[in-house]
Design a protein around this ligand. Structure first.
Ligand SMILES: Cc1ncc(COP(=O)(O)O)c(C=O)c1O
Length: 300
């Protein structure tokens, strides 16, 4: 990763090597940190953030789900994002915002202090590969998605990602790119870090919220696709429906839309006709070619 990054940490820009926490910090040793990630796109008059308000709403909701309080208001975090993007001269890239308790603890679990905040602005690189079009292989992970009565799955909490890590590890060890998790109810949930759509008889389907993260890309596809004449449905999806889908694609802020070319031992057309249309409409939106969606961009 780029060593010259300037990181916004609690109100100051510091060098990346200085943006650290102690090993005994609550965030690290108890895994209590939360985060959010959003895209930055080079607009005609400078960098634009994609759905900044929605990402910050989800970020503050993540804190609220965990009954934690941030040290900074949404307005202050917007200023921090602007300052970080400027300091790092970002064109295309991503913003990663984290909140955590940097206080050291040995046995304590519940702290009353407010969360520290760090903002990273990371430019596109070979490691990120934000705009490359490629197809992927996927399998059903042996792990189930965390049950929403055990932890709030709507919180983008770092500790929840052990679940995603295990699913990805399982998939990679079996020769697939990603693992897709079913919920403990046996219905499709999501990928480790991506939401899943299937296409059946021309209809775009995705699981409802409640057991999955409220992905901003998922929401954008659900809001934009009908404007382009596509039918979308949010409904519980069985493993059989997933296994017999005409098309499967996954979505994520960084990678946007990735078509699944192999699911378990089945080859699929990838990208299929509907997936191709979704990719095209998202490309048009992200490259400011569609006036209707300019409201999703926030100048930085
Ligand atoms: C568990 C999970 N689901 C879905 C997504 C996609 O969310 P978004 O579109 O907001 O990137 C992510 C993103 O990191 C994720 O971690």
């Amino acid at each position: 990763m780029n060593n010259n990054l300037q990181v916004w940490l609690n109100g100051e820009l510091v060098a990346r090597r200085d943006a650290t926490v102690p090993i005994l910090s609550h965030g690290f040793s108890r895994g209590s940190a939360i985060f959010d990630v959003l895209g930055v796109h080079p607009g005609p008059n400078g960098p634009m953030a994609f759905r900044l308000d929605d990402h910050l709403k989800r970020f503050t909701n993540s804190a609220a789900f965990l009954e934690m309080e941030l040290r900074y208001t949404t307005g202050e975090i917007i200023e921090a994002v602007k300052a970080t993007v400027k300091a790092n001269d970002i064109g295309r890239g991503i913003i990663k915002i984290l909140a955590f308790w940097s206080e050291e603890v040995i046995t304590e679990l519940v702290l009353n202090s407010r969360l520290d905040v760090a903002v990273f602005a990371i430019p596109e690189s070979e490691e990120l590969v934000l705009d490359k079009k490629h197809t992927i292989s996927a399998c059903l992970a042996k792990w189930r998605k965390l049950h929403p009565e055990t932890v709030p799955v709507g919180a983008k909490a770092c500790a929840n990602y052990l679940n995603g890590y295990l699913a990805r590890k399982d998939a990679v060890s079996r020769g697939f790119d990603i693992g897709i998790l079913l919920g403990t109810d046996g219905f499709l949930a999501e990928g480790s870090i991506e939401s899943v759509f299937i296409v059946k008889e021309g209809v775009l389907m995705t699981p409802p919220l409640g057991r999955v993260l409220s992905s901003i890309t998922r929401r954008s596809v659900l809001e934009a696709a009908p404007e382009f004449g596509l039918t979308t449905v949010e409904k519980p999806i069985t493993a059989d429906e997933l296994l017999s889908a005409d098309e499967i694609f996954v979505v994520h802020t960084g990678t946007k839309i990735e078509a699944v070319a192999r699911f378990e031992d089945r080859e699929l057309t990838a990208p299929g006709p509907i997936t191709t249309r979704v990719m095209q409409l998202m490309d048009d939106i992200m490259q400011f070619r569609d006036e209707r969606f300019m409201k999703w961009f926030h100048p930085l």
